[in-house]
Design a protein around this ligand. Structure first.
Ligand code: HEC
Ligand code: HEC
Ligand code: HEC
Ligand code: HEC
Length: 224
């Protein structure tokens, strides 16, 4: 009996560890790590009050990082890209107004035009804590590594286009967008950075929504 209980307990811990998501704290998106005193992690992207906007629908997701003013990042295109002609350019503020283009939130740091520590609504400062002004100075740029995507997305996996039944029929080598594994990856029916990335969770580096071992993530949507 004891053995069986121990076995069940072990299994429970094992299953929990498989399901367990990690946290943004301590990840590369924990920008407070670069500051000597600040202990705020979420503040670089969110604020509980007075967030940026409108035009974001319902102020989602209570955004606190200065948005980029880049008008358009261009769109990936090719002879076989069926969403090409219909794919709208990834414009910054106007598209967030549609509630879909959350990719613009990522680009507010990853296009390297706004300081990583440049916040919209400065937090109240506890004694001894870094001021946002310090944050902007201390963490000024995304750096020169591959996380710096620049302002041209024509050479990246397409984002900000509709992945619907018409596209599924036109391409013939896509998984049906209503498929139980695909549907949760779409944001208001569109492919965005967050279709593949979870900004909060470093479990599957680099911040992927699921393991890409044997290209499993790619094969969730592509029949290849
Ligand atoms: C580096 C930027 C960044 C940091 C840091 C960050 N978030 Fe987010 N968060 C986002 C983005 C971007 C979204 C929009 C959804 C998406 O694109 O994945 C979001 C969405 C959310 C949402 C709404 C959608 C959901 O996933 O439930 C909540 C709640 C949230 N974040 C809470 C937090 C909390 C709490 C922290 C700190 C522990 C935090 N976030 C830190 C970028 C960030
Ligand atoms: C507040 C600024 C900020 C925002 C907003 C932000 N990032 Fe980042 N991101 C960073 C920084 C800083 C790094 C670390 C760069 C480095 O180490 O060279 C990073 C790293 C990454 C990495 C690489 C992680 C690794 O392990 O190498 C990915 C992937 C990434 N971000 C995706 C996203 C996506 C997707 C979004 C939007 C959903 C987003 N980021 C929003 C600042 C940001
Ligand atoms: C179709 C899936 C997909 C989409 C959409 C996507 N990414 Fe990625 N991204 C990946 C994968 C997979 C990797 C890991 C690549 C590797 O390790 O070679 C990656 C890597 C990265 C990295 C790490 C640096 C690098 O080039 O390896 C950053 C930063 C990043 N993505 C940001 C973004 C941002 C910002 C967007 C939206 C504009 C985005 N990604 C859209 C799948 C995607
Ligand atoms: C969330 C679903 C999704 C995921 C995950 C995804 N893709 Fe895509 N990808 C698409 C859709 C939809 C298109 C547009 C297809 C079209 O219009 O022809 C596309 C387009 C592409 C294209 C351009 C096709 C062309 O005809 O020019 C390539 C290449 C590609 N994806 C490779 C990948 C790779 C590699 C991965 C994994 C790192 C990946 N995709 C992950 C949905 C996804």
């Amino acid at each position: 009996m004891m053995k069986r209980i121990a076995l069940i307990a072990c299994l429970a811990i094992f299953v929990a560890s498989l399901a367990g998501a990690q946290t943004v704290v301590g990840s590369k998106h924990d920008l407070s790590a670069a500051l000597p005193v600040s202990q705020r992690v979420c503040v670089f992207c969110h604020t509980p009050h007075q967030p940026e906007g409108p035009p974001q629908i319902n102020y989602y997701p209570l955004w606190n990082h200065e948005l980029s003013t880049v008008a358009a990042y261009g769109t990936y295109d090719s002879g076989t890209f069926d969403a090409g002609t219909g794919g709208a350019a990834l414009n910054t503020i106007a598209d967030i107004g549609g509630g879909t283009a959350v990719s613009n939130l990522c680009m507010s740091c990853h296009d390297d035009t706004v300081g990583v520590g440049t916040l919209y609504n400065d937090p109240n400062i506890a004694a001894g804590e870094e001021t946002p002004t310090n944050a902007a100075t201390l963490i000024s740029a995304i750096g020169t590594g591959s996380a710096n995507m620049g302002t041209d997305l024509t050479n990246d996996h397409p984002v900000n286009f509709t992945y619907d039944n018409a596209l599924f029929l036109a391409d013939t080598e896509l998984v049906d967008p209503t498929n139980a594994a695909v549907a949760p990856l779409l944001i208001a029916g569109t492919v965005q950075c967050s279709s593949c990335h979870d900004v909060h969770d470093p479990t599957f580096l680099p911040f992927l929504v699921a393991s890409n071992a044997n290209s499993a993530l790619c094969l969730t949507c592509h029949v290849k």
